[in-house]
Every structure is written in C-alpha cells, then in structure tokens.
Design a binder for this molecule. Structure first.
Ligand code: 5GP
Length: 131
C-alpha cells in the first residue's frame, strides 16, 4: 500500500508543494513546529533514510540544501534546523525547520495547527525564493 507521502507526491492527497525534481519532492509539514517547516522526501518509497543508496541520498541532501536556502530567505530565522525522525510516517523524509532558538526544533513540543490559507501563503513565499 502506498504511503501517505507517496499519495502526496502523486497528487492523490493535496499538499503545499515547495519544489520537485524527477527524484524528490518538498512540501510543507501540515502540523509544523515553526511556520515554514518543510519536508523533503524521495519519490522512491523507502522507509529508512539510510537504506537509500549513497548517490541517491547524496542528491537528496543537495536538493534539501536548495530548499533550505529558500526557506531561510522566506522566513526570518537564525538557521534552518535539519532532522530525520521517521517514526510516524514510514517513508524517508528530512525535516527542515526554521529556528530562532534550539527549542524550535524540539519534536516533543506542541505543534502548530495553521489554516490552509496560512500554509498557502508561506508556501508561496518559499516558492518565490526557490532557485
Ligand atoms: P516523523 O515520521 O518524522 O516522525 O513525522 C512525520 C511528519 O509528517 C510530521 O511532522 C507530520 O506533521 C507530517 N505529516 C503527517 N501526515 C501529513 C500529511 O498528510 N501532510 C503533510 N503535509 N504532512 C504530514
């Protein structure tokens, strides 16, 4: 059965897309830790990120770097925090989280619940900054 992220990539489930290549897809987390929280996922349906082969993982990191650059440009923050958790959705993904302070990337804290309109606005800002 396809993972929820494969359904997002295929367009069966809507998402606020940031960028896409032949191999990867980036979109806003629906319950962000901070506004601009973005997920970068491989189109290959692999659960554990370190099961991806070297070349594919390296290229995913380079794609995540481009996305992070756009998030940083669009969202005022000190740095973009990077995390791989993967316990909830069994489809490898990199979390990119704008941080003002370390606690902004604590996954135990209560997540935000923005409206679709708020997410759409943030996604548009990040897309405009994506090169
Ligand atoms: P993890 O697997 O790394 O623990 O967490 C999965 C992340 O995916 C969570 O931050 C959660 O908010 C996000 N997520 C889960 N389902 C959806 C969804 O349907 N759409 C979007 N945009 N994000 C999701």
């Amino acid at each position: 059965m396809a993972t929820i992220f494969s359904k997002i990539i295929n367009g069966e489930i809507p998402s606020h897309k940031i960028a896409e290549t032949d191999d990867y897809y980036a979109f806003l987390d629906i319950n962000p830790l901070a506004m601009g929280h973005t997920l970068v996922v491989p189109k290959r349906e692999v659960d554990y990120i370190f099961d991806l082969d070297d070349e594919y993982l390296a290229a995913m990191t380079v794609f995540a770097k481009r996305v992070a650059k756009a998030v940083k440009e669009a969202i005022p923050c000190k740095k973009i925090g990077v995390a791989v958790i993967g316990l909830e959705v069994p489809h490898a993904h990199i979390h990119l989280v704008p941080m003002q302070q370390e606690s902004d990337i604590h996954f135990g804290k209560e997540k935000l619940n923005p409206t679709q309109e708020e997410l759409a606005k943030v996604a548009e800002l990040i897309r405009q900054a994506y090169r």
